[in-house]
Design a protein around this ligand. Structure first.
Ligand code: GDP
Ligand code: MG
Length: 162
């Protein structure tokens, strides 16, 4: 069976941008307005000759209060259905309560999780990624989904976990 990699995180952190970066084409819907991605969308992905299914998550969250629960639920679904989970966080914003709620779910899960510190668009921003150690998911992996910075290394890391 083809392994499944799920991308979870709160709206607007760059999940769909990362999915497009990995696919090498624009297929996932990227929007400045949060909540545009339909609930879960699966794509056929490939890197270094290995195939995997990449699942983008989103959904419509009516308000900030409902949002934490929605993301935690996405994390729980990912935990049950994926082989590797990427928790994407906006490293410039830093860890929010919603990120922490998702991280707690993923800590208990026993599935491999990569903590993605996104929006590290240049080297000066690297120190921002270190702030995400507080999520308790190990070393934050700094990338810029928008510019592709770090994405090759990230894909190599994903393959090691499949
Ligand atoms: P999603 O809601 O998590 O799927 O987030 P999107 O992929 O739709 O991205 C939300 C916004 O963040 C868009 O305006 C993206 O262009 C922007 N974005 C995504 N990744 C990066 C990045 O690495 N750096 C910067 N500066 N912006 C990004
Ligand atoms: Mg999206």
């Amino acid at each position: 069976p083809v392994p499944v990699v799920a991308v979870v995180g709160r709206p607007n952190v760059g999940k769909s941008t990362l999915v497009n970066r990995i696919l090498g084409r624009r297929q996932a819907v990227v929007e400045d307005v949060p909540g545009v991605t339909r609930d879960r969308v699966a794509y056929d992905a490939q890197w270094a000759g290995r195939r995997f299914t990449l699942v983008d998550t989103g959904g419509w969250e009516p308000d900030a209060k409902g949002r934490a629960a929605a993301i935690a639920t996405q994390a729980e679904i990912a935990m049950r259905t994926a082989d590797v989970i990427l928790l994407v966080v906006d490293a410039i914003v830093g860890a929010t309560d919603t990120d922490e709620a998702a991280a707690r779910v993923l800590q208990r899960g026993g599935k491999p999780v990569l903590l993605i510190a996104n929006k590290i668009d240049d080297q000066r921003l690297e120190p921002e990624a270190a702030g995400l150690w507080s999520l308790g998911l190990g070393e934050p992996f700094p990338i810029s989904a928008l510019h592709g910075r770090g994405s090759g290394d990230l894909l190599d890391e994903i393959l090691k976990l499949l």
